[in-house]
Design a protein around this ligand. Structure first.
Ligand code: ADP
Ligand code: GLC
Length: 480
């Protein structure tokens, strides 16, 4: 099949969260299956200045209609691996900025224009190159209008650009809602800006476009597909979701085992596998040393790596100060995001520097070291569309503590609920239940043989994209 992916992130070029990992790994896994894959991402400054685009060439110059104007764009192309072509959609005015979506304080004022430009540029390139896609697969709100922009271009130019479109919701909480006037930049027919179309409470919603106009709608775990049909998790979109139930599928993400595999992970100080965990203790010692602690500390080490946003359950961590003060353990948190959490987590660490450390930055190497060096990984998310870290944790023999939501439900079995198959500790995202989970972790750690059995069982699970990709192939085939 000829498959196009359009997304705002792709690892290793640009990553703020799991979207980047999922897009990169899915594209790669499809190419490995013999499909011809094209991926479109914006050419942000960090992409163009980064180390991964050395071989990129300027392949196309575009003129993109945006309302009354035509805006120029450059397209750089490279082939990161066999079967994958990467297209970088560039325009300095929109993408030559330090961060992809926000200043670090607030969202950019022109995110509507930036991502309408991106989506229209993708469609324009498909037209100019006569790409003839079987599937155009769009990810999250930044590409939500692409399916309808594509069909409108087909109508206008009397061509077929793609046979079917797929829209994947990686997180329904981010919706791309903009003032009504943004709609004019899309040059779409006015009748689409109604309650049955892109309008959302008198504003324009890009995510809604993806849900309504793609041929198939997917989300990143079966459990989240059920949750987003409810007001509790639907973030106001549950009604729109319920209009597409026949075409809605929850397909579980995989993990890229070329990147997240402790047996070959070059970023670690030592490598290991389920048969020989000596390398894991080396990583553990290194992690402790990085924070100035004794590498031989024998109590449990808890790790956490996440975007600093309320959804990740950071208030539960902050609410458990007493627990960490009283118990003989260590906690390492790596992340960046909302200033409020950066400050309060730093304060937390400052009150017990011998036990708690917070590392506020984006740091790929450190994220691997935390996964490898910790004994337990914390994900007390309030909601979690899929979550990748709990799968990375299991692959790295680090027992995950997760809340009972979204993809966490689909990927972690509680050790007490099922002692033969359990690979983690599952709880409701409430203070008391979270702390009971922490307490259960201490109990497990005090029984080395039991802990080791859980660890090994977790490491033996197959979360690879090699397996996960089959569901997408089936979805595409069925759609076609
Ligand atoms: P989400 O996409 O909601 O952020 P996921 O669990 O799907 O959640 O994916 C998060 C990804 O981002 C993981 O690969 C995690 O390691 C990574 N990550 C989050 N924060 C950081 C950080 N500060 N430094 C490095 N990697 C990070
Ligand atoms: C989103 C979700 C996360 C998911 C990731 C990749 O960022 O928040 O749960 O794992 O996308 O699909």
């Amino acid at each position: 099949m000829r498959i196009v992916h359009a997304a705002s992130e792709m690892f290793p070029y640009i990553k703020t969260g799991g979207l980047a990992d999922a897009v990169a790994a899915l594209a790669g896994a499809l190419a490995d299956k013999g499909h011809q894959v094209a991926v479109f991402i914006p050419g942000y400054r960090s992409v163009l200045d980064g180390p991964h685009v050395a071989g990129a060439t300027l392949s196309h110059k575009l003129k993109v209609e945006m309302g009354d104007a035509f805006l120029a764009g450059d397209v750089y192309t490279l082939n990161p691996r066999a079967g994958v072509t990467l297209y970088l959609i560039c325009r300095e005015e929109f993408f030559d900025r330090k961060l992809p979506y926000w200043t670090g304080e607030r969202d950019y004022d022109d995110n509507d224009a930036r991502f309408i430009f991106f989506q229209k540029a993708v469609v324009e390139l498909l037209r100019l190159t006569d790409f003839k896609a079987d599937i155009v697969h769009c990810h999250d709100w930044q590409t939500g209008m692409l399916p309808v922009i594509l069909r409108e271009a087909e109508r206008r130019y009397e061509v077929t650009l793609a046979l079917k479109t797929v829209f994947t919701i990686h997180n329904i909480a981010y919706q791309g809602v903009f003032p009504r006037k943004a709609f004019a930049l899309s040059n779409l027919p006015e009748e689409l800006m109604t309650i049955d179309g892109l309008e959302y409470y008198d504003q324009m919603c890009m995510l809604k476009g993806g849900i309504l106009y793609a041929d198939r709608v997917t989300t990143v775990s079966p459990q989240y597909a059920k949750e987003i049909q409810t007001p509790e998790f639907g973030n106001g979109m549950d009604g729109v979701i319920r209009t597409r139930l026949e075409d809605l599928h929850g397909l579980l993400n995989g993990i890229d085992t070329a990147v997240w595999n402790p047996a070959i992970d070059a970023s670690l100080p030592a490598r290991y596998d389920a048969d020989d965990l000596i390398g894991k203790s080396v990583c553990r010692g290194n992690l402790l040393k990085e924070f100035g602690w004794d590498a031989k500390f024998t109590g449990p080490v808890f790790g956490m790596v996440c975007r600093f946003t309320p959804a990740k359950g950071l208030d539960l961590i902050l609410g458990a100060k007493e627990f960490f003060a009283q118990k003989n353990c260590r906690l390492v948190v790596l992340g960046a995001g909302e200033k409020k959490y950066e400050l309060s987590l730093r304060e937390f660490a400052a009150t017990m520097p011998n036990k708690v450390a917070v590392c506020v930055r984006q740091d790929e190497r450190m994220s691997h070291l935390v996964e490898a060096g910790a004994d337990f990984f914390l994900m007390p998310s309030l909601f979690e569309p899929c979550g990748l870290n709990q799968m990375y944790s299991q692959a790295y023999g680090t027992v995950p503590l997760v809340s009972n939501v979204g993809g966490l439900v689909d990927t972690v079995t509680d050790i007490d609920a099922n002692s033969a198959a359990g690979t983690g500790i599952v709880f409701a995202p409430e203070q008391e239940k979270f702390e009971a989970g922490l307490q259960r972790a201490l109990g497990l750690y005090a029984e080395p043989a039991k802990y080791a059995a859980v660890q090994r069982r977790a490491m033996q699970r197959d979360f690879s994209w090699t397996k996960a990709v089959a569901a997408y192939e089936q979805l595409y085939t069925e759609a076609l």
